[in-house]
Ligand binder design. Structure first.
Ligand code: 5GP
Length: 219
C-alpha cells in the first residue's frame, strides 16, 4: 500500500505520540504493526534494549539493542529507561533518550509491549500515550490461530491459550479496543485512531501561533 506522508505535511508543529499496540498472541498484532510501519512514514518502531540473545535474522539496533545483564542493570540504576520488565527470564526496556528527542521533534513511536509495559508507560507519560488493544474475533478463532503450526502438543497449546486469555483480561486498561475479524478492516481502524490522535489540540503545539495570527485584527 502507498505511504501517506501527506497526512502529516501540515506546516504546524506537532508533538509526537507513543502508539501502543497490544494483543494476546494470535490476534494479529505483528501483521498490523508491520503494515502500519510500511504505510506511514511518520511512525517508527521504538527499539527496546534487551538481555535476550539475538535470534537468527535479528539485527542489533533494528530489532533490539542487545546488551549484557550488567549493562542493563547499570541503565536501570541510572534511570535510563522509561519502563522496563522481566519477561520469560530476560530483561527488556524502553530507552528514555530516543523517545524524548523523537517526540519533541514530532515523531511518533509504535510500541509492541504487553499490558504491564503499557501501564508503566502510561504512568510515566500519560499525555503522550495512546493505548490500542486488539482482540481475536472468537475463542475458536484464537485456538485455530494458536494451533496453526500443527506440530505442538495439546499441553503447549493449552498453555498458549491460558497466556492469551490472561492477556485479554487486561482489555480495560486501553483507550481503544479493535476486534480483528478482518485484517484489512482492523488495519483501517488502527490508521483512523492514529490520524485522530494526531489532531488532538494538545499535540498540535504549533496551533497557538497559528490561531493568534488568525485572530489578529487588521488595521
Ligand atoms: P521477544 O523476546 O519474543 O522479542 O519478546 C518477549 C516479550 O517481551 C514480548 O511480549 C514483548 O512484548 C516484550 N517486550 C519487548 N520489548 C519490551 C520492552 O521494552 N518493555 C516491555 N515491558 N516488554 C517488552
Amino acid at each position: 500500500m502507498a505511504r501517506t506522508p501527506e497526512l502529516h505535511d501540515d506546516a504546524l508543529h506537532r508533538r509526537g505520540l507513543m502508539f501502543i499496540l497490544s494483543s494476546p498472541s494470535g490476534a494479529g498484532k505483528t501483521t498490523i504493526s508491520r503494515r502500519l510501519l510500511a504505510h506511514d512514514a511518520h511512525i517508527r518502531m521504538s527499539v527496546s534494549v534487551t538481555t535476550r540473545p539475538p535470534r537468527p535474522g535479528e539485527q542489533d539496533g533494528r530489532d533490539y539493542h542487545f546488551t549484557t545483564r550488567p549493562a542493563f542493570a547499570q541503565m536501570v540504576e541510572q534511570d535510563e529507561f522509561l519502563e522496563w520488565a522481566h519477561v520469560f527470564g530476560h530483561s527488556y526496556g524502553t530507552p528514555r533518550a530516543q523517545i524524548r528527542a523523537g517526540l519533541k521533534a514530532g515523531g511518533d513511536f509504535l510500541f509492541d509491549i504487553d499490558w504491564q509495559g503499557t501501564q508503566q508507560l502510561y504512568q510515566k507519560a500519560e499525555t503522550d500515550v495512546v493505548r490500542v488493544f486488539l482482540l481475536p474475533p472468537s475463542l475458536d478463532e484464537l485456538r485455530r490461530r494458536l494451533t496453526a503450526r500443527g506440530t505442538d502438543s495439546d499441553e503447549v497449546i493449552a498453555a498458549r491459550m491460558a497466556r492469551a486469555q490472561a492477556e485479554i483480561s487486561h482489555w480495560d486498561g486501553y483507550d481503544y479496543v479493535v476486534v480483528n475479524d478482518d485484517v484489512d478492516a482492523c488495519f483501517r481502524k488502527v490508521v483512523q485512531i492514529l490520524a485522530a490522535e494526531r489532531l488532538r489540540r494538545a499535540r498540535q503545539t504549533g496551533l497557538i501561533g497559528f490561531v493568534r495570527e488568525l485572530m489578529r485584527t487588521e488595521d
